[in-house]
Structures are given as structure tokens and as C-alpha cells.
Write a protein that binds this ligand. Sequence first.
Ligand code: A3P
Length: 375
Amino acid sequence: MLGLSIWCTNLNLSSRSLAIVLIVTLTLVYFSYSFNACLLASISRTLQQSNLRNLLSLTTPPQSQDKTIALNGSSTSSSSSSSSSTTNIDGSDSLFSNSSSDGASPKYQLLRQQGLRPLRNLPSTLIIGVKKSGTRALLEFIRLHPDVRAAGSEVHFFDRHYQRGLRWYRHHMPYTIEGQITMEKTPSYFVTKEVPQRVHHMNVSTKLLIVVRDPVTRAISDYTQAASKKADMKRFEQLAFVNGSYSVVDTNWGPVKIGVYARYLERWLLYFPLSQLLFISGERLIMDPAYEIGRVQDFLGLKRVVTEKHFYFNATKGFPCLFKSEARSTPHCLGKTKGRNHPHIDPNAIERLREFYRPFNNKFYQLTGINFAWP
Ligand code: A3P
């Protein structure tokens, strides 16, 4: 500036001209500084937004390499080299992990920088049952949606830990940002007497998802699971009937009892209108998962993001599997405890059980307004 002034003096400029030159120079300096600052801020914002999108975009199915059979019947393939990371937002990295992270991870710090405050919320949606009907498959499939965040393991708050209070329950929920649904699944909720009232007490508008399956197959599945944990378990036929003959069904035996769905549903309907319950067919969840997940997304008011493109049929497993999930970027199926081989059961025992369940099934169809057409 001093140089400029000497230069002006040498040129014999009037003080008025000098002032004009000074003002113009200062204005130019000011605009040039503002322009550069704006440019830098805009570049930094763009970078942050793209990072945020990367964090939240967990759902795009990968391009494929290994040959598999897509569920729509066409031949397709699956990738083991997906480029984007599918680690959970909360930092947990196992398909069945417990999402109880502390929220202090760099990912959360990034979200906070965006002005988004990840919080643990009580669930607005529960998968309440029914045990051995496909509850895990339902949870893993629906949580592919970027707007669904779920507790990884069964929390058992309403049946086992109710005395610990809602604060304890909330602490077991994953972090969510605005617009995301918090979900939890504990299949024993459906059959536990006190649970409907307790859920109602937490939130009268809780949405309830219930997967149901032919109660005879469900009972066999339940038995198979129990037998896998106990080497000297009696045969199914011995446990399902009283006195060893097939005349009297043992309705006190858990695997049989749980299949009387109408009885439990009546209790839930005392507290919740049918419109807050969605019934998912366990059979159709295997045959056509995209269809059932489409219904679930509609029910929850979510955009249909999870579609048939996310699934393929794994012939070895005999079940639908995922190209990628919230936790893993490579094709994978549910664990080996899901989709077990069932033992051979005497067809006469099966027929007798079908006869037993028929009136209860009809009652269930009547209550739900859906004919599941179980044999
Ligand atoms: P089985 O193991 O008897 O075949 P839950 O998750 O409620 O315990 O239900 C387990 C059942 O889910 C399995 O019972 C299986 O039939 C069913 N299921 C539904 N979709 C599945 C899938 N994609 N992979 C494995 N099992 C699935």
C-alpha cells in the first residue's frame, strides 16, 4: 500500500484520485478473499455429503461373479468383490451382532458434524413371533433397508427383563438418525401373557410384525432345535401325544402349544387394533422373500428399496440367501441353525396333528382375515 502511495505521489496524482485507487484495490482484495472462502467451503461440504451417503448406503446389491440362481428364476451371479463397505453404522460387523456401540466412533462423529444427532430410541416396530417361523430371516431381510436399524440379538425386554425399565431397554437399541425406524425381534413376546399390555404401555402405536407358518411344521422345527441341544431327547411322536397313542395331543408340550396361534392373537387384539399388526407367511418368505418384504416396507411406510435384486436362491442350502447385507458385502445365507434338516416323523402323527390344529387355524384365519391355506 505504501509503495502504491509513493507511486501515486510520483505521478502527481491528486489525493482524490489516490483515495479512489485505494478503495478499488481494497474492494478487489475483499471480493477475491470472499470468493476463495466460498469455494473452499463448498468443496468441503460436497466431500462431507459424499462421505455421509457412503455411510448410509448399505443396500445396493453388488455386481456378480459367482454363478447362483436368482429368485425370479433367471440365472445370475454374485460378487465377492463389492467395492463399498457394509459395516454397520454403529460399528458392529457381524450379521447377528449386538449393536450396542458407544456412538463415539469416527462415523458418528462425522454424522454429528453434519448436524445429525444419532440417538438410541425405543423401538417403534417389533417382530413378536412366532418362534421357528422365519423371524430371523424377516429381520435380516428388512434391515437391508437403510431406514431400518435393528437390535442384533433378541433383547427379551418385555418377557424377561421388564423390571429393568425402559431406560435399560433403550440402551440395547442401535443408534438411529432422524427418519430411521428402530426395530427389535424377540419371538417369545407373541406367547408371553403379560407382553401385549407392556408393549401397549410403552407405545400404543407400536407396529407389530408376526411371521406365521403351518403349526405342524413349526412344531417339528421347534423340536428339531431342542433335540439339537439335547442328545437323549425322546422322539417327536412320544412328546406330542399323551400316553404314547396318537389319540390325545399333548397341548401342554411347548412345541404343540405355541402353534395354537388364535389363542395368543386374541390377547394381542385386546390391546392393539388389527391395523397395527402385519402377518407374514413363513412359507412365502421362503418361496418369494421379495414379495413379503415388499408388504413389510409398505406397512412401515418405507420406500420399496429391498427388492428381488437383493436375494438369490442357494440350491445347497435350499433357502433364499442375500447378495449382501448390512453387515457383509459378500453373498451369504443365514447361519446353520436356520434351515435345519428335520427328522422323519410318522405320517399318521402328522395327520393327527393337522386334524388337531384345523379348528384353531380356521379361527386364526377368521381373526386375521387371511387364509394361510395350511393343510
Ligand atoms: P428350520 O430350521 O426348521 O427349517 P426362526 O428364525 O424364527 O427361528 O425360524 C427358523 C426357520 O426360518 C427355519 O426353520 C426356516 O425354515 C425358516 N427360514 C425362512 N427363511 C429362511 C432362510 N432364508 N434361510 C434359512 N431359514 C429360513
